[in-house]
Design a binder for this molecule. Structure first.
Ligand code: NAD
Length: 481
C-alpha cells in the first residue's frame, strides 16, 4: 500500500509512532494509501527544523524568496495532470473541477505571493521638522498552517505561500482526509531545492498533530481554515499564549434573488453556487431566498436544472457532482436531510443516497443534490452548516426582509445578491453581515482582495496585502530630526 510521508527538514520521513491512518477514495469507499499518524514528536522535529532554517530564509533577498515561489508554481503547473488526478481520487471531486480550479489555483497562490512580495512595502509618516516614522515589517518566525479537506491543495497553498514569501518558515498540516496533494507538494519542494526546514509538512489527526502545532511554544502564529468548533478549540489554546491567529471558519451563506434580477444568470449561478464541489465549498450559498413575484417560477426552473445534474464517477468528463468526501460526512448530510424532514421541510428534489454510477464506484459515497422548502429561519437546518449538496429555498417580500433573513444566522462568510438595480445592489451589499459579497456572480476571485468572514465565520483576513500583514509584525521607528 502506498505510504504518504512527512516532509521534515527537507526529507521524507515515517512518523515516530510507526502508526498509519487509512486513506480512502470517496468514489469507491476503499482504502488506497496510508497516512502518517504523527504525534508531538514529529511536530517537535518539524518546528526545530523550521527554527534552524529561519535565520537564513528570513534574511534571504526578496528576489531570492520570490524565485523559489515561482519555481514551485512552475513545477505545480508541469505536474498539473498528476496533481489533478490525485486531488480527484483523494477528495471525490470531479476531475474536471480539479483540473480547472484546484490545481491551477495552487500554482497561482505561489505565483501571486511570489510576485506580491516584491511589491510589498511599509509605511512612513512624516512629522515635518520634528522627524518621521517608518514601519518595519518583519517575518514572525515559524508559522503554523492548518487546512481542511474541501479544496485541499488550493487552501493549503493559500496559507503556505504568503507565509513563506513574507520570510517565515512553516510547519503545515493538511487534512487527514485529503493529504495526497500536500504530499506531492513535498516532492515538488525537494525537486526545486527549497532549503531544508523552510517548509515542513506533518500529516496526522487534528486532535493530535494539529493540536501539537497549535500548542507548540515556538510557533507564534497560526493560520487555520476549517470548522467553527475547531476554530474555538484552537483559540482556547492559542489565545492565552498570545499567538497571532487567523481563523477562516464555517458559513451558512445566503443567496438573495430579487424579482428584478437577470433571471437566466441568477438561475444558472444559483445551481453552481449551491452544488459546485458537491456543495462542499465554504462559499456555497446554502440558503436561497427568492422574491415572491418570481418564487414559483424560479423554484420550478431551479429544480429542473438540479435534477439534470449528473452525479457520476469523478473521473468521467461529464460528471457534475462526484462523491462526498468521507463516510462520516456522507452520514452527516443524510442526518441533516432527515432533520429537515422532522422540522417540517418539504424535499423538493433529492433527499437520499444516489445510485452508484458504475461498478468501480460500488461502495462510494454519492448523494443526490437536495433542495428543501418550507422551513423558517430559526430551525436547525437553516442555522447549522451542513457543508454538502443540501440547500433550502424560501420566498421573501421586501428588501428589508431579505436582509434580515440573510443576516439571521451566527455565520457571516459570504453572500450573493442577484438584482439589476444598481442602488439596491450597493444598499444590500452594505447591510449584509458578511466578509465577501458577490453581486450577480459567485466565486469570482482576485487574489489581491481581502478574504474572510465575520461573526462565527472567523477572525482576520487572508489574501493580498492582508495575508502579508498577518505573516509579518509591524514595528514603528521614530527618528527625531
Ligand atoms: P475541521 O475543522 O474538522 O478540520 C480542519 C483542519 O483542522 C484539519 O486539518 C484537521 O485535522 C485540523 N484539526 C482538527 N482538530 C484540530 C485541533 N484540535 N487542533 C488543530 N487542528 C485541528 O474542518 P474540515 O471538516 O476539514 O473542513 C470543513 C470546514 O471548513 C467547514 O466548516 C467549512 O466551512 C470550513 N472551511 C472554511 C473556509 C473559509 O475560508 N472560511 C474554507 C474552507 C472550509
Amino acid at each position: 500500500m502506498y505510504k504518504i510521508l512527512n516532509y521534515i527538514d527537507g526529507e521524507l520521513r515515517e512518523p515516530e509512532t510507526g502508526g498509519w491512518i487509512d486513506n480512502y477514495e470517496p468514489a469507491t469507499g476503499k482504502v488506497y494509501s496510508l497516512i502518517p499518524d504523527s504525534d508531538e514528536r514529529d511536530v517537535a522535529h518539524a518546528v526545530a527544523a523550521a527554527r534552524r532554517a529561519f535565520p537564513q530564509w528570513s534574511t534571504r533577498s526578496v528576489a531570492g524568496r520570490s524565485d523559489f515561489m515561482i519555481r514551485i508554481a512552475d513545477r505545480i503547473r508541469e505536474r498539473h495532470e498528476e496533481l489533478a488526478q490525485a486531488e480527484s481520487t483523494d477528495n471525490g471531486k470531479p476531475l474536471s473541477l480539479a483540473r480547472k480550479v484546484d490545481i491551477p489555483r495552487g500554482a497561482a497562490n505561489f505565483r501571486y505571493f511570489g510576485q506580491a512580495v516584491t511589491q510589498f512595502h511599509s509605511e512612513t509618516y512624516d512629522m515635518g521638522t520634528n522627524g518621521f516614522n517608518y514601519t518595519l515589517r518583519r517575518p514572525i518566525g515559524v508559522a503554523g498552517c492548518i487546512s481542511p479537506w474541501n479544496l485541499p491543495l488550493y487552501l493549503f497553498t493559500w496559507k503556505i505561500a504568503p507565509a513563506l514569501a513574507a520570510g517565515n518558515t512553516v510547519v503545515a498540516k493538511p487534512s487527514e482526509i485529503t493529504p495526497m496533494t500536500a504530499h506531492l507538494l513535498s516532492e515538488i519542494c525537494i525537486e526545486v531545492g527549497l532549503p531544508p526546514g523552510v517548509l515542513n509538512i506533518v500529516h496526522g489527526y487534528g486532535a493530535k498533530t494539529g493540536a501539537a502545532i497549535v500548542a507548540h511554544p515556538d510557533v507564534p502564529a497560526i493560520s487555520f481554515t476549517g470548522g467553527t468548533t475547531t476554530g474555538k478549540a484552537i483559540s482556547a489554546v492559542a489565545a492565552p499564549m498570545f499567538k497571532k491567529l487567523s481563523l477562516e471558519l464555517g458559513g451558512k451563506n445566503p443567496n438573495l434573488v430579487f424579482e428584478d434580477c437577470e433571471y437566466e444568470s441568477a438561475l444558472a449561478t444559483s445551481v453552481r453556487s449551491s452544488f459546485a464541489n458537491q456543495g462542499q465549498i465554504c462559499l456555497c450559498g446554502s440558503r436561497i431566498y427568492v422574491q415572491r413575484g418570481i418564487y414559483e417560477r424560479f423554484v420550478a426552473d431551479f429544480i429542473q436544472r438540479v435534477e439534470a445534474l449528473k452525479i457520476g464517477d469523478p473521473q468521467e468528463a461529464d460528471t457534475d457532482l462526484g462523491a462526498i468526501v468521507s463516510q462520516d460526512h456522507y452520514k452527516k448530510n443524510l442526518a441533516y436531510i432527515q432533520l429537515a424532514r422532522e422540522e417540517g421541510g418539504e424535499i423538493l428534489c433529492g433527499g437520499k443516497a444516489a445510485p452508484v454510477p458504475n461498478e468501480r464506484c460500488t461502495g462510494g459515497w454519492f448523494l443526490e443534490p437536495t433542495v428543501i422548502a418550507g422551513l423558517d429561519i430559526g430551525c436547525r437546518t437553516n442555522q447549522e452548516e451542513i457543508f454538502g449538496p443540501v440547500v433550502t429555498i424560501q420566498p421573501f417580500s421586501t428588501e428589508e426582509e431579505a436582509i434580515a433573513l440573510a443576516n439571521g444566522t451566527s455565520y457571516g462568510l459570504a453572500a450573493t445578491v442577484h438584482t439589476r438595480r444598481l442602488k439596491r445592489a450597493h444598499r444590500v451589499a452594505a447591510e449584509l453581515e458578511a466578509g465577501i459579497v458577490w453581486i450577480n456572480s459567485w466565486l469570482v476571485r482576485d487574489l489581491r482582495t481581502p478574504f474572510g468572514g465575520v461573526k462565527a465565520s472567523g477572525v482576520g483576513r487572508e489574501g493580498g496585502t492582508e495575508a502579508l500583514h498577518f505573516f509579518t509584525e509591524a514595528k514603528n521607528v521614530f527618528i527625531q530630526l
